[in-house]
Design a protein around this ligand. Structure first.
Ligand code: DQQ
Length: 502
């Protein structure tokens, strides 16, 4: 029997050094500990979110060569639990003057494309549908993988959908069972239009319908998504959600996500509300280009999306070093009916509770030490307060405040004093979203992760995502108001998902 080769000490040290160079410590002061960030260099939109054979795949817009947008390629990571990610090599690199812009991945279960080199019992493979940007235009392209996303082949007859337009992008594709065909949702960004196409095989596409302009149109439309969601408390009832992002012209300035609720009959999306009505998915400055996972098994049944926690106003200037850009926590989506109609509701995936250092929370009554990564829950009751919440602060005199105001009744994140010398004029700002007293008390769930704040108020009805970039860690927390009618507050320390056995 041949013996496995013995490693010399020098070879082992060299291999470890190489590993360390590829995988940084993930402990830089602004590096989130339970949010996904690229090992190094620039990241923007999540792409190709798909669940396949026990793995969640996260592809992302990535510059493999630098810390600012450019050379767009698809970075890649996989996870078994949506939290612990394993980095994989770049899946789709820029090539031949064509950058790989945003898009989606589907499981071609029945090998409709003919790309799947599958065995007798398994005819499935992964197919990526992405925008090729270059040579003066944008068109939709395919690539496929027969080894669970580890290697990809670009389709020889790309592009598969070309309107000869300079701006035509971000295909989100899904299988629509009632008509047994693929649907592709795209945008004509400067026309503020979503355009739908259908295909039997992912290769040949016919136009179906158009939606828009509607809602907010103060910037280009990008990264659409279309999916069906259950209505809470109304068993068997659903509605479709068309998500379209906009840049600039978002609610907090710059980039943001908006959505429309309505019906989809396999051909056309029709909104329930008048075209003038705008609904925002997030009231912060840092939630953009969200995309939902494809092919989550029916037995799980969740619709989960991830958004990029940045804003094109300053995405290239964020003061993180060696890496730039983070993804939001994966959020599970439902629809909830209130007196104002149906609305989208978002909650962090339940898996996040496994990151709690101890099952029992710490009850906060005054000032306390703030861990770098934490989940904080506030229960705010009507009472003698004008502003109730928490202040995160440090010795440099920097602070961020997260809370609720009474008049008007709003949830807010105030990061105006969160960095001594702002790196961009749009950074110091306060962002707020509307609330209503409907449950006797308001819950505010806050995820804090060094430079990411995500706030889910009223059970996820109003959400704010804001990045914070203090010059030294926020390591103290105090309740507001500092005396009198304080909210009930509890906190869990969350453990890091990076560089720790799991
Ligand atoms: N980012 C991608 C485009 C998309 C934009 C390019 C949204 O496909 O429209 O990096 O951030």
């Amino acid at each position: 029997m041949p013996h496995p080769p013995m490693w010399s000490l020098a070879a082992a040290t060299a291999a470890l050094t190489l590993l360390a160079a590829q995988q940084p410590a993930y402990d830089e002061p602004l590096r989130p500990q339970f949010h996904f960030t690229p090992a190094r260099y620039f990241m923007n939109d999540p792409n190709g979110l798909v669940f396949f054979k026990g793995e969640y795949h996260l592809f992302y817009q990535h510059n493999p060569q630098g810390e600012q947008w450019g050379h767009m390629s698809w970075g890649h990571a996989v996870s078994a639990d949506l939290l612990h990610w394993q980095h994989l090599p770049v899946a789709l690199p820029e090539a031949d003057g064509l950058m790989i812009f945003s898009g989606s991945v589907v499981v071609d279960w029945r090998n409709t494309s003919g790309f799947c080199a599958a065995g007798r019992d398994d005819r499935s493979c992964l197919v990526a549908v992405y925008t090729g940007d270059g040579h003066g235009k944008q068109a939709q392209n395919l690539a496929y993988s027969n080894d669970r996303g580890r290697t990809w082949t670009k389709y020889a007859n790309n592009p598969v959908l070309d309107l000869g337009l300079k701006d035509f992008r971000d295909p989100k594709t899904f299988w629509y069972e009632p008509t047994r065909r693929w649907i592709m949702v795209t945008v004509l960004p400067d026309q503020h239009k979503v355009r739908l196409f259908a295909s039997p095989d992912l290769k040949g596409w016919t136009p179906l319908s158009e939606f828009g302009p509607a809602g907010a149109t103060g910037g280009v439309w990008e990264c659409p998504d279309l999916f069906e969601l259950p209505i809470e408390g109304e068993p068997g009832r659903t509605r479709w959600v068309l998500d379209v992002d906009i840049n600039p012209g978002g609610i907090a300035g710059g980039s943001a996500g908006q959505y429309f609720i309505g019906t989809f009959d396999g051909t056309r999306f029709v909104a329930d509300e008048p075209a003038e009505r705008t609904r925002w998915s997030d009231y912060g400055a840092d939630f953009y280009a969200s995309q939902s996972f494809s092919d989550i098994p029916a037995i799980d049944g969740r619709r989960i999306w991830i958004g990029w926690t940045s804003n094109w106003l300053y995405a290239n200037d964020e003061p993180s070093v060696t890496w730039r850009g983070a993804q939001s926590i994966p959020r599970s989506l439902t629809l909830r009916r209130d007196p104002d109609g149906l609305r989208l509701v978002q909650s962090p995936v339940a898996e996040i509770e496994r990151l709690r250092l101890a099952p029992a929370p710490t009850v906060i009554t005054g000032a306390t030490v703030l861990p770098g990564s934490a989940e904080i829950e506030l229960h705010v009751k009507p009472g003698a307060w004008t502003e109730a919440g928490i202040r995160l602060w440090n010795d440099a005199g920097e602070e961020a405040i997260v809370g609720v105001t009474r008049e008007p009744l709003e949830v807010f994140v105030d990061r105006r004093r969160s960095r001594r010398a702002p790196f961009h004029a749009a950074y110091p700002a306060r962002h707020a979203g509307p609330l209503a007293w409907r449950y006797g008390e308001l819950t505010v769930r806050i995820l804090f992760d060094r430079s990411v704040i995500e706030v889910f108020a009223a059970g996820g009805e109003t959400v704010i995502t804001d990045r914070v970039f203090p010059t030294q860690p926020f390591d103290r927390l105090e309740l507001l108001p500092s005396s009198g009618a304080q909210p009930d507050a509890r906190m869990w320390t969350l453990v890091s998902v990076w560089n720790r056995p799991h």
